[in-house]
Design a protein around this ligand. Structure first.
Ligand SMILES: Cc1cc2nc3c(=O)[nH]c(=O)nc-3n(C[C@H](O)[C@H](O)[C@H](O)COP(=O)(O)OP(=O)(O)OC[C@H]3O[C@@H](n4cnc5c(N)ncnc54)[C@H](O)[C@@H]3O)c2cc1C
Length: 442
């Protein structure tokens, strides 16, 4: 019988494996009385915005309730994609061909932008343009991917190709799926190192980063804004809120309640295995690509940077669940794809919040004079970096090209207050059931 003890390695931790190399550091900095631009949220979006604003000569302070980079930005899977989720034919159905295409292009531009940012700022984050393999859960999903492949290649500007089931082992050491798509416009990085590198770059450029300060309210005051925090008040000429999946705290408070009502925070979980032999990693991940499957409740997995362990992510639960409780569930998903890992133990399991929106699109815009950049749908390494930059251009009045994700109608739902915990188990359970039914019918 497998016990939890037997699957957890000695010294097992419930903090991100990434933090072993790059744990967000405490800054112990002073809250200023005023700022040119105050940015609420010190993840990729807030830090990228700070960097761009500094480059354009604006005085910037980034405020984070925890440590800078503490949120999803140092907890994610480190899979870098160019808006693969956004680029689908459904867009043209909802927005018409021209606008749908413009939205897909705007999202895809996040990929060259993050590559350029990493290179320009010299960020040491193990970045690799390795490509992504998207294995199909059912033969029908394979056909759906094939129909999307050309559209994705067109908008990302990099090739895609289909790998039928009989050739699947060229990309994945498993027969669990029904073939899949290889998308070249995709890479991998170490998210903790990237968050730290972006923070260092923003600081080097002159941004002030203040941690341990929770913003409780923002209101217009004369020509600027008065920001209330748990460490006193400050003024700013402009404010950007970039709180994504952490827009509402456990007590229901929010820096910007309007935004919180448009974010659906969902916990995503990741496990890390102990170190594995190189020959096994070569067999399981030929090509060393990032993998995310086509289920509604998807699994995403990858080799670690330097390729000696597996990081496996997914939705272990749709309610608040401790990472050590989630770990055996994720391990079960992993064994269904790679049964040979049954004796492999886990060294880490952790969680973080992603943010979905009711229209499944990322957004930037302005509400009551306050700028926002949020809603990355669980795919925000490149996207949050890009949204922050675009929001910064807008604040600086330097956005002369227009941006299709700016100012879109931003839906919420009646009576929704930013806490999805009462409906997520129902919707998540329904999605999971549909995944099972699809597979059973295949
Ligand atoms: C487990 C997991 C796996 C993921 N895997 C991937 C992946 O492989 N690829 C990918 O592209 N994306 C992935 N994502 C998504 C990606 O990490 C996010 O989209 C991205 O990091 C969002 O960045 P952000 O700056 O918008 O938000 P965050 O990094 O979440 O930062 C928001 C910050 O706001 C702060 N904050 C909130 N409220 C306040 C307040 N009132 N006052 C002050 N500060 C406040 C929080 O403390 C937090 O630090 C994953 C996410 C998770 C959680």
């Amino acid at each position: 019988m497998t016990t939890t003890d037997s699957i957890l390695a000695p010294g097992f931790k419930t903090t991100p494996w990434w933090w072993e190399a790059a744990e967000p550091v405490a800054r112990d900095s002073v809250l200023p009385d005023r700022a040119g631009v105050a940015i609420v949220g010190g993840g990729y979006a807030g830090l990228s915005a700070a960097l761009t604003l500094r480059r354009l000569g604006h005085e910037v302070t980034v405020l984070d309730a925890e440590r800078i980079g503490w949120g999803a930005s140092s907890r994610n899977g480190g899979m870098v994609s160019g808006g693969l989720k956004v680029a689908s034919g459904a867009l043209t159905k909802s927005y018409g061909v021209e606008r749908g295409r413009a939205i897909a292009d705007a999202a895809a531009a996040s990929f060259p932008f993050i590559e350029e940012t990493i290179a320009r700022e010299g960020i040491d984050c193990d970045y690799l343009r390795c490509g992504r393999f998207v294995p199909a859960w059912t033969p029908k999903h394979y056909d759906g991917l094939a129909a999307r492949a050309n559209f994705i290649a067109e908008v990302t500007g990099l090739p895609t190709r289909m790998l039928p089931r009989e050739r699947q082992r060229e990309a994945l050491g498993s027969d669990h799926y029904h073939g899949g798509m290889i998308a070249e416009a995709s890479g991998s990085l170490h998210p903790g190192k990237y968050a730290r590198g972006l923070a260092d770059a923003a600081e080097r450029a002159g941004a002030r980063l203040v941690d341990g300060v929770r913003v409780g309210g923002i209101r217009q005051d004369g020509t600027g804004f008065r920001i209330t925090t748990d460490r006193g008040q400050m003024r700013a000429d402009a404010v950007l809120v970039a709180t994504n999946g952490y827009s509402r705290d456990s007590e229901g408070k929010s820096a910007m309640p309007w935004l919180a009502r448009r974010m659906i925070p969902v916990g995503s979980y990741i496990i890390a295995t102990e170190e594995l032999p190189a020959e096994m990693m070569d067999r399981l991940f030929p090509g060393r690509r990032m993998i995310s499957d086509t289920r509604r409740v998807l699994s995403y997995f990858r080799p670690s940077p330097f390729g000696n362990r597996i990081l496996w992510g997914g939705r272990a639960s749709f309610g608040p669940t401790a990472p050590d409780v989630a770990a055996p569930v994720l391990r079960g998903f992993m064994l269904s794809v790679f049964p040979e890992l049954k004796d492999v133990r886990l060294t880490h399991a952790w969680t973080g919040n992603v943010a979905f929106t009711f229209d499944f699109l990322p957004h930037i815009g302005v509400q009551d004079g306050i700028h926002y950049a949020a809603g990355c749908q669980g795919s925000g390494v490149a996207m949050a970096t890009w949204l922050g930059h675009r929001a910064a251009l807008k604040i600086a009045g330097a956005d002369n090209q227009g941006f299709a994700l700016d100012g879109l109608n931003f839906p919420t739902a009646p009576l929704y207050n930013g806490n999805p915990n009462w409906f997520l188990p129902i919707v998540g359970g329904w999605y999971r059931l549909r995944d099972h039914l699809d597979r059973a019918a295949a």
